[in-house]
Structures are given as C-alpha cells and as structure tokens.
Design a protein around this ligand. Sequence first.
Ligand code: 0FX
Length: 245
Amino acid sequence: MKNILIVSDNHRLTEYFRSEFESQNINHVANAAYKYSSINKDPSAMKGLGATAIDMKNPSDVAYAKENFDLIFSLHCKQIFPADLVSSVTCINIHPGLNPHNRGWYPQVFSIINGMPAGATIHLMDEHIDHGAIFAQERVNISQADTSLDVYEKVIFAEKKLIKKYLIPIISGDLTAQRALPEGNYNSIKDFKNLCSLNMDSIGSLREHINLLRALSHGEFKNAYFLSEAGKKIFVRVVLEESSS
Ligand code: 0FX
C-alpha cells in the first residue's frame, strides 16, 4: 500500500478528490490522509472532511510528511512546500493555471488582463512556485463576457477532469511528467492587490478598463476600489451579460 498525503485549503476540490479516490477503488492500493495548511483562516469545511492541520514551516511537521508518505499532493495549499520536502518526496501540485503562463496567484485574473492562456495543470513540484515537469494540462476558453468568477468555475471544472483522468496513472507511476521548458511569468498576491487599487487617472482604451474590472469581479469579493474624497474605499465590480441571440 502507498501512503498518500493530500494538503489542501480548498474543500470543494478535496471532496472531489476523495470521492474519485474511493469510486476508482484507489483506496484498495493506497491510503490517503488529508491535511489543511495551518495558515488557513477558515478550516471548518476541511475539518468536516476529516482533515487536520499541518504547518509546512514547522520542521517536525515536515519531518512527519517526509517519513510517512510516498506521494504528496498539493490541492490549492496556501503554504509553499519547503525545498527539502519536494526534493525528498514526490510532491505533485494541482494548480488552477496553465503553466507556465501566469504562475502564482489567481491565474485567471491575470489571463483576462494580459491575454495569456488560462486552464489547469498537474505538475511535479520543485523549489520554485508552480514550476516543474508537467503531467497533464487542460486549457479553458475565456469569453469577452467572462468575469474572474466565470473563468475560475471553468478552471475548477478542468481540474476535476484532470483529477478524474490522471489520478490512477499518477499514483501508480504509469504517467511520466514532461519537462516544462519556458519559464513563463509569475504573479504574487502583491501584484493582485496592486491591481485592486484603481488609478482613476489611468489612460487606456475602454477595452483595457473593462478587462481590468471584469478580471477583478469575482462574486461577492471586494477587490477593485478607488478612494472617495473622504478617504473611504469605494468598491467596484461589473456585471456583463451576453445577449442570447
Ligand atoms: O485556492 P485558490 O483557488 O488558489 C489560490 C492561487 O490562485 C493558487 O495559485 C495557489 N496555488 C492557491 C494556494 O491559492 O484560491 P482562493 O480560494 O483563495 O480564491 C479563489 C478565487 O477567488 C481566486 O482565483 C480569485 C478569487 N478571490 C479570492 C480572494 C481571497 C478574489 O477575487 N478576491 C479575494 O480576496
């Protein structure tokens, strides 16, 4: 039996992973343990799935992961795995972006703005973020009426498709990862926060401005804002609706 650790801060994907693990009878050949990262501010849904905390910055937690598992999956884990962990255990990232384009935070937000492809990637982890040889990818289309949330839902769907198709070949070692050649580009959470602070004097086409606002429109999240004369944040999000005909 292989021992597999799944570290995730995304309960929807974890639930899906777990149901595939059982329905594809992988639980007959491997044991799965579920963890969420210790920086997760609201782990209640992950706890509901039976997960417990792990701190990738705590040497004893990292030693536990190294000693007890043959394979570790990061399923949108908010903590970076340390270099000595990824170099001693096979660690695999299921990432909501089409590597190497817009690696890092919220890839679809940046794809809407810079036109680079969006999608989902399963790849081997190395010491760099969202980097490493690629097992499988699926691109998603971004339509002109899509907000960040619309694209994100397509990406989650693509990630689920990849999990369904490639879980067994990856766990059994039958699928070889292909080296990712170009470095691509990386966006940090700071880059995202900078986008959110709207420059009211920005000069550009209306297309660029609509793209920026739809990239920052994600359901109820208060992302884009400008400052009122009183110094208060005024949040902005857009609604886009394509005609049916
Ligand atoms: O779990 P996740 O979907 O993924 C993010 C990163 O994009 C990914 O590269 C990283 N590996 C992972 C650990 O964290 O993130 P989330 O559930 O926090 O957010 C999902 C989407 O929600 C995000 O793509 C954009 C949107 N969002 C999220 C927050 C917290 C916003 O628009 N504003 C926000 O403040």
